[in-house]
Design a protein around this ligand. Structure first.
Ligand code: G4P
Length: 286
């Protein structure tokens, strides 16, 4: 299982997703790609650049509230240096929405200017949100599009089946997100996708994933482990000892005083996801 933690994206699904995304992209002027700010590299789709083609493209580092602010700054600089427009946002609070809308409007200005120069009757600029599962696409669409009532009103006058919602003066968003597949081949990326919750909990090997997470924490932020689980120095030797000690501290015991390792693993996973271990960005720029 450790060699193939993701089981639900096989070639047939990828081919179908590619077809759908390609069709969607044809209909829009600007593409918004959502990444998880904790894993900007691992949460990127392997062929996104190919899919987007020449259209203007914005990268959003979402769930910034769960990520390390210093790492977010480094990732923002990284994308900017590559000439990619990037914004860090927290879709849950909707804080970055205004900036996002004004950025899409800025990127679409040359398109509108071209329409005007050609004498084409101007229409609204159209955009779409793309990303792997659980990266926050629906949360962002809901936050940008507002209440269901607004959305119904927005849709009036459009052809049935075309679900565009007005999110700016001259800007429409496709109400359906484009679902991209996650990185399948890269085992390190797959484990990080599992840690952050991008992959459904029942399709990966928890033992393998927690081993990687503990290894990361032991190497990068050992003090957090010590503080959170009240570990003694002599327990900080290797990930197996750490896991067992956490299990004992947290009372994850079965009959005979044996540690219930699975229970201990789930506690650690929840603690990571709920930022009880701090705001940790797993992917580093370098
Ligand atoms: P998807 O459409 O891309 O599949 O993702 P979706 O919006 O369903 O979001 C997946 C989970 O990520 C949801 O949590 C959502 O609340 C959370 N989320 C989205 N954006 C942010 C963000 O910027 N910050 C934080 N902290 N969380 C975010 P859930 O536990 O599945 O649902 P819920 O209990 O929050 O409703």
């Amino acid at each position: 299982m450790a060699d193939s933690p993701i089981v639900h994206w096989f070639p047939g699904h990828m081919a179908k997703a590619t077809r759908m995304i390609t069709e969607y992209i044809k209909k829009v002027d600007v593409v918004i790609e959502l990444l998880d700010a904790r894993i900007p590299r691992s949460s990127a789709n392997p062929v996104i650049t190919e899919l987007v083609g020449q259209k203007p493209h914005i990268v959003l580092l979402n769930k910034v509230d769960l990520a390390d602010p210093k790492a977010t700054k480094e990732w923002t600089e990284f994308f900017t240096k590559q000439g990619i427009t990037v914004l860090a946002i927290d879709s849950k609070s909707g804080k970055g929405n205004k900036k996002l809308i004004s950025t899409v409007e800025r990127l679409s200005k040359p398109i509108i200017d071209r329409w005007v120069a050609k004498g084409i009757r101007s229409r609204s600029v159209r955009t779409i949100i793309l990303g792997i599962p659980n990266v926050g696409k629906s949360t962002l669409i809901n936050s940008l599009a507002g209440s269901a009532a607004t959305r119904t009103a927005n849709k009036a006058g459009h052809t049935r089946g075309q679900q565009w919602v007005k999110i700016g003066k001259n800007l429409e968003l496709l109400d359906t997100p484009g679902v991209l597949w996650p990185k399948l081949e890269d085992q390190c990326a797959a484990a990080r996708l599992a840690m952050t919750g991008a992959i459904s909990d029942d399709v990966y090997d928890l033992e393998h994933v927690i081993k990687q997470l503990l290894n990361y924490l032991l190497t990068n932020t050992p003090n957090i482990l010590v503080e959170r689980y009240k570990l003694k120095e002599e327990e900080m030797t290797d990930v197996d000892t750490i896991l067992e000690s956490i299990g004992r501290r947290r009372g994850c015991l079965v009959s005979g005083g044996i540690v219930d390792f699975d229970k201990a693993r789930r506690i650690i996973l929840q603690d990571y996801r709920n930022t009880k271990l701090g705001t940790i960005t797993l992917d580093k720029v370098d």
